[in-house]
Write a protein that binds this ligand. Structure first.
Ligand code: 2HA
Ligand code: ZN
Length: 273
């Protein structure tokens, strides 16, 4: 009998990291109800055999993604609680396969006991980002969307509704931010969730050489090679946002690290900014 996890032993570590991540996101308070979603391009660890054994039920995509034709993704399910993923991935996530024309997909694993299982409502954004990553032959294969509370709160403040101002504030909060995110984040003005407009604006932000796109008044999309790398990126940015808000709450109007201190970090750590 066909068993994807047995046929493709390389998949298990990715599913384990996904489960570990879902626990962290829940603990952080960044994955309320069904918030947050994840996709991982696992094409290079799926064997030929698995493709043949695929579920024949094809599901339409709203758009065509010819550059993703034939690729495989781990994807979390729409309407599913991220926190449930930690202990039951087969019911709350799936591995899906895009058709050779990139217009439909079918499940090859997971989505168990739910004939209507659908990937995340933000799948349009995930697919556009993966398309962008493939166009660049990038090493990144993980796309994470979550709702980091303080970072979202920051985007409610008019003074940070500007990419340059937001990045200057985040870098000023703590030296680690400049060291680990030297090019800063992209800022996507508020756009309705799940839309193609949001997907395209996210790619436009990543195209400006940012590893993450902050969705104003909604959340963030982070791109990374490893699941934990995506989590660490969001964690670092949200820590900076916490510091900025604490400082404001204490009545201190300071940009934190000054320009000379940031320039010193660029020099000391040979940063490309
Ligand atoms: O997964 O976070 O943006 C639900 C959402 C929509
Ligand atoms: Zn969201």
């Amino acid at each position: 009998m066909f068993d994807l996890l047995n046929d493709c032993p390389g998949l298990a570590p990715w599913l384990e990291q996904t489960a570990e991540l879902s626990g962290y996101l829940w603990d952080k308070g960044w994955a309320e109800r069904n918030a947050g979603n994840l996709s991982i391009d696992v094409t290079d660890i799926i064997t030929e055999q698995s493709a043949c054994a695929a579920d024949p039920l094809c599901r339409d995509l709203s758009f065509a993604y010819p550059q993703l034709a034939g690729r495989y993704f781990i994807v979390t399910g729409t309407g599913h609680r991220f926190r449930d993923l930690a202990h039951d991935a087969p019911h709350h996530a799936c591995v899906l396969h895009l058709s050779d024309d990139g217009r439909v997909f079918h499940l090859v694993w997971g989505g168990e006991d739910d004939p209507d299982f659908r990937p995340t409502s933000e799948f349009p954004a995930h697919l556009r980002v993966h398309e962008f990553l493939r166009q660049r032959s990038a090493a990144e294969r993980v796309v994470l969307h979550t709702h980091p509370t303080e970072l979202i709160a920051l985007t409610h403040l008019p003074e940070y509704q500007n990419e340059a101002a937001l990045n200057r504030a985040l870098w000023g909060a703590h030296p680690e931010v400049k060291v680990t995110v030297p090019r800063g984040v992209g800022l996507v003005p508020y756009t309705a969730p799940g839309t193609e407009a949001l997907a395209l604006a996210t790619v436009a932000a990543l195209r400006r050489d940012h590893p993450a796109a902050v969705w104003a008044m909604h959340g963030i999309v982070a791109v990374a090679r490893e699941v934990m790398e995506a989590f660490d990126l969001v964690d670092t940015l949200n820590k900076a946002a916490q510091i900025i808000l604490l400082r404001r709450g204490a009545g201190v109007a300071s940009p934190g690290l000054n320009d000379a201190q940031l320039a010193e970090l660029v020099r000391l750590f040979h940063l490309k900014d």
